[in-house]
Design a protein around this ligand. Structure first.
Ligand code: HSE
Length: 311
């Protein structure tokens, strides 16, 4: 195999209460990437759709993980490298895992070209170098669901401990108000200390959310989608946030909040009809505010990065 084309899904990190520890993969949107095997130890990055991506691989979210992979002592055969052609559908700075899609997509594709020598956990370990480039921090709550599919809990980063969480069918509505929030900025503004009473409420919600997923208890999922630590600070960066949240719940959504570090907002619903109604609510709010937006109505992606073709 010399060339492979994959689709890398968007992801919703945090799932409201689980800052840096919970994430979910989406069916839509996704990035498309083609990775070619080279016979020299180098990484070449090409943007196919005019997105101004850094071409220095060390500064690129797809390139940095591949450089890390090439450092591994046990690579088979002679010298290898990779050429990566990226067609981005997930806008950088949108809050639905753009950098993770590039990093995870590149790693999964490269691993296939090398004959599947790395475990999923190893692939997450490499892809984290991309998040480091993007936000300065290795957080796996986008990378893990992008590679594993479904909903994942990152119990620990060092050492990596990733748990896939089963869940009942969930419909996801996302609105992306067309402003850019850089993850590094959205992390900078967070308080470094947390009150014990807030921590207690937060870990109650995380436990409740995970239990709700496993027990297919939609009511429990809805009640647990509450964030008393991060959302009060970050929501100030997102015009219309409080209104969207309140009106979407009135329209029947189970709940939701900021997707990753924003500005996208996501809502979970039990069925497709409600998810569409929620979309209309989001559209009406941003039409009235006069801010351009993009919406997605989708479901949870169970597969993670998907191979489209290889040759
Ligand atoms: N957990 C990260 C954050 C996700 O909220 O900063 C960024 O997409």
């Amino acid at each position: 195999m010399k060339e492979i084309t994959i689709q890398a899904p968007a992801t919703v990190a945090n799932l409201v209460c689980g800052f840096d520890v919970l994430g979910m993969a989406l069916e839509q949107p996704y990035d498309k990437m083609t990775v070619r095997l080279l016979d020299k130890p180098e990484v070449i990055i090409t943007s196919l759709d005019g997105f101004p991506l850094p071409t220095d691989p060390a500064l690129n979210t797809a390139g940095a993980p591949l450089l890390a992979m090439l450092e591994e002592p046990d690579l088979p055969g002679g010298p290898v490298g990779f050429e990566v052609l990226i067609s981005k559908q997930i806008k950088p700075g949108s809050g639905i895992g753009s950098s993770a899609a590039s990093a995870a997509g590149a790693v999964v594709a490269a691993n296939h070209l090398l004959g599947n020598i790395f475990s999923k956990e190893d692939q997450v370990r490499f892809a984290l170098f991309g998040e480091k480039v993007a936000s300065g921090v290795k957080h796996a709550d986008n990378i893990a669901p992008c590679i594993y599919g479904g909903i994942t809990l990152i119990r620990s980063i060092f050492p990596l401990d990733i748990i896939s969480i089963p869940a009942p069918p969930l419909h996801v509505t996302v609105v992306h108000p067309q402003i850019e929030v850089r993850t590094s900025d959205a992390r900078q503004i967070l308080r470094k200390e947390v009150l014990l009473k807030d921590a207690i409420r937060q870990w109650g919600n995380i436990g409740g959310l995970v239990a709700g997923f496993i027990k297919s208890d939609y009511e429990l999922i809805g009640r647990s989608l509450e964030d008393v630590i991060i959302e009060p600070v970050r929501s100030m960066l997102i015009p219309g946030f409080d209104e969207v949240k309140q009106q979407c719940k009135e329209a029947g959504a189970l709940g939701g909040g900021i997707s990753g570090s924003g500005p996208s907002i996501f809502m979970l619903s039990k069925d497709a009809v409600t998810a569409r109604r929620v979309e209309q609510v989001m559209k009406a709010i941003y039409e009235r505010i006069g801010l351009a937006y993009h919406t997605y109505v989708t479901v949870v992606n169970q597969e993670g990065v998907k191979i489209v073709s290889s040759q």
